[in-house]
Design a protein around this ligand. Sequence first.
Ligand SMILES: Nc1ncnc2c1ncn2[C@@H]1O[C@H](COP(=O)(O)OP(=O)(O)OP(=O)(O)O)[C@@H](O)[C@H]1O
Ligand SMILES: [Mg+2]
Length: 218
Amino acid sequence: MIQLFHVYKSFGGTPALRDVSFRVRKGEFVFVTGPSGAGKTTLLRIMFGAEKASSGHILINGINLGRIRRKQIALLRRRIGFVFQDFKLLNNKTIFQNVALALEVTGANPSYVRKKTRQALRSLGLIKKEEAYPLQLSGGEQQRVAIARAIVKNPLILLADEPTGNLDPDLTREIMVLFRTIHMKGTTVVVATHNRELLKGTAIRKIYLEKGRVIKED
Ligand SMILES: Nc1ncnc2c1ncn2[C@@H]1O[C@H](COP(=O)(O)OP(=O)(O)OP(=O)(O)O)[C@@H](O)[C@H]1O
Ligand SMILES: [Mg+2]
């Protein structure tokens, strides 16, 4: 589903990713972990086509990201849910609208959009906040909106960047259960985190990054 071959990325002179190669199979659940600045966000952004690799190749669902046009990237992104580390919610739209928009752009009909949006909000405990605006919510609530928006379209791939960074331990557990449920339904899931609690005692595959390199896997 996701294949990286010798991917390098640098910003100006500083390398953020160095010779990163790995493969995530369809339906797999993978953690990408490592200290702050290791390159986790950069890696996820590259998989999403939001950032171009300096060299190397990336295949997503058989599509070579180095070769495709902007329009095809937009189509591919409809099938990828992305939870941004900094949420990227639209502050002038309600919670309902923020989540619904992710489905509307796929051309889904309004009644389906309404049903699925409510379902996603409910599964994240946000239904009472649907008419609120992002800036009226706590950090943890905004984070859950970002997750609702990423999962509402039943994506082929879910990329989540530090999705529990603002949540307390109970909510963190709930989000992990939610991600496992989504995974069980067949979605390929990649979660970037430096939260050791999240990684503890799970049989899920882990890719460790340090200074832009994959240092180990287990
Ligand atoms: N747009 C950018 N311009 C310049 N440097 C960048 C940019 N984005 C990332 N970097 C650099 O690339 C390196 C990796 O950053 P990245 O955000 O991928 O790390 P991270 O593992 O996600 O860290 P964190 O755990 O703090 O989120 C860092 O040294 C960072 O300063
Ligand atoms: Mg990051």
